[in-house]
Design a protein around this ligand. Sequence first.
Ligand code: ARG
Length: 440
Amino acid sequence: MPTVTRPADFVAWFRSVAPYINSFRGKTFVIAFGGEMVADGKFVELTHDFNLLAALGIRLVLVHGARPQIEQHLARMNLEDSYHQGIRLTDAVTMQCVKEAVGRVRVEIEALLSMGLANSPMANADIRVAGGNFITAQPMGVINGVDLQHTGCVRKVDVAALNDRMEFGEVVLLSPLGYSPTGEVFNLTLEDVATATAIALDADKLVFLMDVDGVMDKKGVLLKELTIVQATAELSANRKLPDDVSLFLPCAVRACEAGVARTHLISRHTDGAILHELFSSEGIGTMIVESTLNTLRDASIEDVGGILQLLIPLEEQGILVRRNRELLEREIERFVVLEHDHRIVGCAALYPFPDEAEAELACLAVDPQYRDRGYGEAIMNHMTALAKSQKLKKLFVLTTRTAHWFLERGFKESDTSELPSQKKALYNYQRKSKVFVKKI
Ligand code: ARG
């Protein structure tokens, strides 16, 4: 059993996940993973994570692949793998191998989901796995003169049947196979099954476990969050993407466009990646959402707690002056807050001095976890526009430690004697803040 070093850390960590536990209960997540997960013997840990999600009341649809197992089976039978434009051509003999390989993987997964050893994370798990004819498929047909035969795509998802199973608390396990009204079996891709199912169920999340950590930019830096527009731009930028990204990112876009709130692309190699992604605000992979999760708005009294969480560490480091809490509550309407995914990650306040046609920009703060994303700048631009709308001509800030940031944004050093008289009276000479001014 891993031990958490300090009880206080354990408690703080546990409390920090409460908002996720609350918001995930009763939600539908579709999670897709390739047959590699089972082939590499990594599936046991993943099972523990699925068990945890199920125990928290999340409605789970798991979609498995079987590519390495199919390839192995074909090799054993001395059969050639045959692809046409990246799509597997499934003739009758190959289909036989597909059925056998998929069947085997499925049995293995079901066995692992049935574990319940005492002293393991699966103790008392009692997961019921549901399977069935939920996916109706149709043949891909003839592409550029080549008949793909038993290779198919999803035609319909039996939403009512899936919901029934999940209503009973069962975990649905879908294989990459579908059936046709004529009784035929079709070989499907796991990404098609997962995406079509997530869309049909109007799922809250679609998760793909893949070979790489997420979507990287040109310099190899992980892109933690992409809107549909940004994801589409990444796909059409003229550069080679890792195979799994080219496979799953278009699915993420398709799902988000069809109303799936969030799609997550995470690494299958990192133990617990799914827990990290779902139960932390920064996640571990790439999350694709329809549009930006940021809102910049006027603060209200309910925001005081969130603002304080942001300010206290900065006050402790002496970057901001400690504010009187009562005053903060009384002056809350002077504040704006920047929310990211319903969490306050930035704030600032504007104090106008109409007689001098100036305003103080105070308390500009951004959560260190969210630095370097242009949030400070966005807040400052918003405040500048606000001051302009009140016919003010100058903005000033008092700062001891962040002079450069303001200098780089067009502020000029000034002197305390230039401050509006009312402000001068309140100036804290011990703190020796510098004054920076900008014409707006
Ligand atoms: N835990 C949150 C969720 O599941 C946020 C995840 C953010 N992940 C990211 N890669 N930016 O919705």
